[in-house]
Design a protein around this ligand. Structure first.
Ligand code: KIV
Ligand code: ZN
Length: 516
């Protein structure tokens, strides 16, 4: 059996299914480039049949990624597979991932199909996908609650039809590590043609066991793990890439396989995904949380100072924590700025875009002397979708007053479709007052689900990165804003969310039955 563990990242597909985490085409390309720098083996770029926007997102990733395999998801339907095949046409290396549910509850209540019909659809889908690429993956959705005998039947049939990766999803996060590992071992033992395929796993985190289940599967012969950066994903998320990778690397005494990930790219990529999606990383999150390598207690600090390995099993710099390098400053020129942006995977289509970004960089460098990669990423995310030509709401000016003993107040002017409007409000604090002032003119009547502030780098002159999550009519959007002044960052984040709500979006979820 191969000693290589394939890392399949689905941040751009399953991660994006998290409410509010949807990404634009350009954001997907930025994350895909970061994943490629990390040497992720397979990047699942999206579900092309979901909408024209999703199709274009997968197509754009397929056109720029050269080293990693680019994968598109498709239900076991001709039209989905054709859409995926088309979106991946320009990829250097492509994969189609097709799936159909196999648990009794999903077959009866969602698909309304007999087990034989499900096998027929699966085989037909794999054969059709093989017309586009030799690299076809099949998943029996809800395998964690499917009958083992049925899994053996369908998996044997899809291998015969040409599937070369068999992905076993614990779709609802129901499995336990021992049991899930045993399932993988038994499937490999019982399926007669199992040696023609690589077994993969895809675990959800509803019981907090996604990484444990994935690792147990690896110990039982799985050689691909599907995971996401920061564990982003539906509901409680997917297995976290950084945890799977570092567990396998750190415990080489236990795991009979290796990963080929450049682990120094983990923290920068985690920050990028958090910045783009607006899903903050909890401070105590393993590997990528701000406290993951911080030693608070005196006893621990003493031990670490005497000998690092007393309390540290990994080195912070090996996962990219020291990457907080000052890259540019007040005196950096346009060329240095452009070159660093290119290294971060950010290209400017037109000269005017570069000039506009450079001018915003100069404004930031006036306020903040040291500019880090994270500042540059935030500068781009902050500007995304806010250019004047795209219409929408734009912040023109903000004046907020905070004084002991007085009620905080704010006066905000915004431009909406070329018309300037001013709103004034008081509030519990200047942030509250500013968001109320904006709402008084934009009148979304959306519900504020989340407001959070993070420092992008360290120091009191650091940019604050604000995430605002709004809900309206069942639709959830995240808005981000960054500035050295957190009141302005908050206003930008609110306006960014409002702009997203103003763009109607119709997309299909891959796991609804549709017309399967
Ligand atoms: O969780 C799941 O079952 C999935 C499939 C589409 C593979 O995401
Ligand atoms: Zn999933």
């Amino acid at each position: 059996m191969s000693d290589k563990l394939i890392i399949f990242d689905t941040t751009l597909r399953d991660g994006e299914q998290s409410p509010g985490a949807s990404m634009t085409r350009d954001e997907k390309v930025r994350i895909a480039k970061a994943l490629e720098r990390m040497r992720v083996d397979v990047i699942e770029a999206g579900f092309p049949a979901a909408s024209q926007g999703d199709f274009e997102g997968v197509q754009a990733v397929a056109r720029v990624i050269r080293d990693s395999v680019v994968c598109g998801l498709a239900r076991a339907l001709d039209k989905d597979i054709d859409r995926a095949g088309e979106a991946l046409r320009d990829a250097a290396r492509s994969r189609i991932h097709t799936f159909i549910a196999t648990s009794p509850i999903h077959m009866q209540l969602k698909l309304r199909m007999s087990p034989d019909q499900v096998i027929e659809h699966a085989v037909k889908a794999v054969r059709r996908a093989r017309q586009y690429t030799d690299n076809v993956e099949f998943s029996p959705e809800d395998a964690g609650r499917s009958e083992e005998d049925f899994l053996c039947r369908i998996l044997e049939a899809v291998i015969d039809a040409g599937a070369r990766t068999l992905n076993i999803p614990d779709t609802v996060g129901y499995s336990l590590p021992d049991q899930f590992g045993t399932t993988i071992r038994r499937l490999r033992e019982r399926i007669p043609n199992a040696d023609k395929a690589i077994f993969s796993v895809h675990c959800h985190n509803d019981l907090g066991l996604a990484v444990a289940n994935s690792l147990s599967a690896v110990l039982n012969g799985a050689r691909q793990v599907e995971c996401t950066i920061n564990g982003l994903g539906e509901r409680a998320g997917n297995a976290a890439l950084e945890e799977v990778v570092m567990a396998v690397k750190t415990r080489q005494d236990v795991f009979p396989c290796q990963v080929t990930i450049d682990t120094r790219e983990i923290v920068p990529c985690s920050k990028l995904v958090s910045n783009i999606t607006g899903f903050p990383v909890q401070p105590n999150k393993a590997i990528v949380g701000a406290n993951a390598f911080a030693h608070e207690s005196g006893i621990h600090q003493d031990g670490v100072l005497k000998h690092r390995e007393t309390y540290e099993i990994m080195r912070a710099e090996d996962v990219g924590w020291s990457a907080n390098r000052m890259v540019l400053g007040k005196h950096s020129g346009r060329n240095a700025f452009k070159t660093r942006m290119q290294e971060l995977g950010i290209e400017f289509g037109m000269e005017a875009e570069l000039n506009e970004a450079f001018s915003r960089f100069k404004d930031l460098a006036d306020k903040k002397h040291q500019i880090f990669d994270e500042d540059l990423q935030a500068l781009i995310t902050d500007a995304a979708g806010t250019s004047e030509e795209e219409g929408g709401v734009h912040l023109v000016s903000l004046k907020a007053c905070s004084e002991t003993g007085e009620v905080p107040s704010s006066r905000v002017t915004v431009r909406i479709d070329q018309e300037e409007l001013t709103g004034e409000a008081t509030g519990g604090g200047v942030v509250d007052a500013s968001l109320k002032a904006i709402e008084s003119v934009v009148n979304t009547q959306a519900q504020l689900l989340l407001y959070s502030v993070n420092n992008i780098t360290t120091g009191t002159d650091a940019q604050g990165e604000v995430t605002v999550r709004l809900e309206k009519g069942g639709r959830i959007v995240n808005g981000q804003g960054a500035d050295t002044d957190i009141v302005i960052a908050s206003a930008k984040a609110y306006i960014n969310a409002v702009n997203k709500l103003r763009v109607p979006r119709q997309r299909m979820h891959p796991q609804v039955a549709g017309d399967v």
